[in-house]
Design a protein around this ligand. Structure first.
Ligand code: ADP
Ligand code: MG
Length: 730
């Protein structure tokens, strides 16, 4: 009866690492060979086209149809050489994944034959019939058209035999239906606002870029064992399963030797990534058994995000080659760490200055402090929204646990930076700022922010938004997320904050203050105002929850309620004022996220009901019968007194099994009723709240009883691969 589990365990144990041939060439030689990058552009495009395209990418100048035609010809020529037969517009709908529809490069030649064709028109724009993508009511079915349009700033690439063209995805009426449109707009907004602030310090700055370096965590599970777990297969996480006796308590997995089968997978994956121009750099075992991480070198945010989206697809594909299934769920297993995707974020100028890196000269440090404090202000003002942008049904399981970031957004700065801010706050502006005839401008107190910060600040793993020496690390982002969701919010909030800062400084200057004095005064004010967001203590402690509430930080834990942040009046105002999203687009997003939440719980509810009734209870009943039979037969041999002495344990076990079985049956019935009741609710927000309040709590109750049964029932009869098998076979 339990043949599948044991058959799969046997197969999994026998598997050998796949032999992966590393390319003969150096990584630097095959990096980007599948990307239509500048080098290929220069080779395959006429000079005039090349120059115009590069100009457009760097400065955002519009491209004419003739140029697009010329680019398309060059791209086609390059792609055909590499055996490519199809092309696709590659976009990022609100499902969170990527979408593609392939078309062959062929057209009829008018003489009954075919020719390879790819025009500028096809490169620039397509009209995917995309009525089945989530759109939050923006696109009614009668105007189901959506447009995808070429994003020339992210180079086209080849996957297998398909040329993929990164595109935005918008509705017939021009609203964003994807993550790329608002991300590009948020990058523009922060560029504009930050450049304005930079010019207070250096008139030579003409552009500010936002950078992203993500760290992707994931689990690997043997494919056969995965297939024997309906919950993993359908929901991405185990809904039941008793903890393994050995978990991560010995801390022997983190940074340990990478298992050979996994190493083969990693090599294979890295090679593929490098060919696709994803600058992968770091690999290691993570904290939980069978958990790993991959991190690249950081890039401009839009490109880095495209690379992460592409990576998530590629890594799943390559894992299958190695008979693994790769899990991106934020919490696939109870009792051990879940997976996140730390988003390292910074701002840098076209003059090569990292605005979040302490400088050497006082002037540079005033600029550094200016940006740091403005980021803190933005995070403080929009801490609720920042939480909303990482809140999903799946990430909720990770945030609730005492492992990586808690469900309250706060920022850790480390003692050195904190000290500098405290000193500035307490200082007297006139005292600190001195204009010296010889040396120019002086700053007492913040001249020395040690550069060693860059390598290692004191780390606080419990902080969801930590300053790490030359960047902020947003750690609350979930492993399966599209980073754009977080990057849109962060860049827009910072853009708005920097705009306000510039106005505040201008205002003081109009009153006759010197520029430095005005900047310093505003910073002082911001340090005071944003103080509640700074927290260097233990983010997991109960005391912090209480304190955070008193500080006025957002402490809400119900995801459907948290998601309402997207349509809060101040949030709508912020996005509209920065030209990133309209009220209509935000309403649509809120609706999509809320619906997705409900759907995930709906699916989990069904799977759990099925597991309980069709997989677990029949086995539990059979085992119970075995014991009943045994005790029954013993009763024919022994006196009642002796029977009670000899079969005490069995009789107690029969009672325990009966209790758990009937409890499971009762709660599954409650679950089904709660779901039916919630499904009748028409308002999506209320429905999601009903799922959160009445359906979700029953999951753990059912699990409790099933996990108990797992401990009691004959191991040979247990139908599903156990945690020790899922987590330690590799
Ligand atoms: P950690 O010690 O936090 O695990 P990792 O080495 O795994 O660090 O990842 C750090 C990530 O931060 C990398 O992707 C790296 O490229 C990125 N990073 C480094 N400097 C910056 C920066 N200035 N802006 C954005 N990302 C950065
Ligand atoms: Mg790391």
């Amino acid at each position: 009866m339990t043949t599948l589990r044991f058959k799969m365990v046997e197969e999994a144990i026998k598997r050998k690492a796949l032999e992966v041939k590393s390319p003969e060439a150096l990584a630097s030689e095959y990096f980007g060979i599948h990307v239509f990058n500048r080098e290929k552009m220069a080779k395959y495009l006429p000079e005039e086209t090349f120059r115009t395209l590069v100009d457009s990418v760097d400065k955002g100048t519009p491209l004419s149809r003739e140029i697009a035609d010329s680019v398309a010809q060059g791209m086609k020529k390059w792609a055909l050489k590499l055996g490519v037969t199809h092309y696709t517009h590659w976009f990022q709908p609100l499902t969170g994944g990527t979408a593609e529809k392939h078309d062959a490069f062929v057209e009829m030649d008018g003489k009954g034959g075919m020719i390879e064709e790819f025009s500028g028109k096809l490169l620039i724009q397509q009209e995917p019939d995309a009525s089945s993508f989530p759109n939050g009511g923006i696109r009614n079915t009668f105007e189901a058209r959506g447009y995808s349009a070429w994003d020339a700033t992210s180079p086209a690439f080849i996957v297998d035999t398909t040329l993929c063209i990164p595109t935005v995805f918008i509705s017939y009426t021009g609203e964003a239906l994807d993550y790329k449109v608002p991300l590009l707009k948020a990058e523009q907004a922060v560029n504009k606002a930050a450049t304005g602030v930079c010019r207070l310090f250096d008139s030579g700055v003409s552009k500010v870029m936002s950078y992203l370096g993500w760290e992707q965590e994931y689990f690997l599970v043997d494919e056969g064992l995965w297939a024997a777990r309906p919950d993993l297969m359908l929901t991405g996480r185990t809904l039941i399963g008793h903890e393994s006796a050995k978990n991560q308590q010995l801390e022997d997995h983190y940074f340990g030797t990478i298992p050979t089968r996994v190493m083969a997978f990693m090599k294979d994956l890295e090679c593929e990534c490098l060919k696709l121009g994803i600058p992968v750099k770091t690999r290691h075992n993570e904290v939980a058994p069978n958990q790993f991480e991959l991190a690249p070198i950081f890039e401009r945010t839009n490109l880095a995000n495209d690379h992460n989206q592409l990576l998530m697809v590629v890594m799943k594909k390559i894992a299958r080659r190695h008979c693994f299934r790769l899990l991106l769920h934020e919490k696939p297993f109870k009792g051990i760490n879940g997976s996140g995707k730390h988003c390292n974020w910074s701002l840098g100028t076209d003059t090569g200055i990292n605005l979040l890196s302490p400088g050497k000269a006082p002037q540079e440090n005033l600029q550094f402090v200016t940006f740091l404090v403005n980021v803190l202000m933005a995070v403080y003002k929009y801490n609720g929204l920042l939480k909303a942008c990482i809140s999903t049904a799946t990430n909720a399981h990770r945030l609730g646990a005492n492992e990586a970031p808690p469900a309250i957004i706060s920022s850790f700065l480390g003692s050195q930076v904190s000290e500098v801010l405290d000193r500035i706050e307490k200082s007297d502006t006139e005292d600190v700022i001195r204009m010296d005839a010889k040396a120019g401008f002086h700053l007492n107190g913040i001249t020395h922010i040690p550069e060693l910060l860059i390598d290692n600040t004191d780390r606080n793993r419990t902080s969801p938004f930590a300053f790490t020496g030359n960047r902020f690390e947003f750690r609350a982002v979930g492993s399966s997320a599209n980073c754009a969701k977080a990057m849109i919010v962060l860049n827009t909030a910072v853009a708005e904050q920097l705009t306000t800062f510039k106005k505040d400084v201008a205002h003081l200057m109009q009153q006759g203050k010197s520029k430095e004095n005005a900047i310093y005064s505003v910073i002082k004010e911001y340090i005071r105002k944003s103080a509640p967001i700074r927290f260097d203590g233990n983010g997991y402690s109960e005391a912090w929850k209480k304190e955070a509430y008193e500080r006025g930080l957002d402490c809400e834990t119900s995801i459907p309620v948290i998601l309402q942040q997207f349509i809060a009046p101040d949030v709508v105002k912020m996005f509209e004022s920065q030209g990133v999203m309209t009220a209509k687009e935000l309403e649509a997003r809120e609706e999509v996220y809320v619906e997705t939440y409900t759907k995930k719980l709906q699916i989990e509810g069904r799977v759990l009901g099925d597991l309980a009734i069709n997989h677990i209870i029949p086995v539990a009943s059979r085992y119970q019968n075995i014991l009943l039979e045994k005790v029954g037969r013993m009763s024919m041999l022994f006196s009642s007194e002796k029977l009670h002495a000899l079969a005490r344990y069995d009789m107690e076990m029969i009672e325990r099994l009966s209790t758990h079985i009937s409890e499971i049956q009762n709660i599954v019935e409650q679950l089904s009723n709660a779901r039916k009741k919630a499904n009748k609710i028409r308002n999506e927000k209320e429905k999601a709240m009903a799922y959160h309040d009445t359906v979700l709590p029953l999951f753990d109750k059912i699990r409790y009883h099933i996990d108990k049964l797992e401990l009691y029932i004959d191991d040979e009869m247990w139908p599903l691969p156990k945690y020790r098998e899922l987590l330690f076979i590799r």
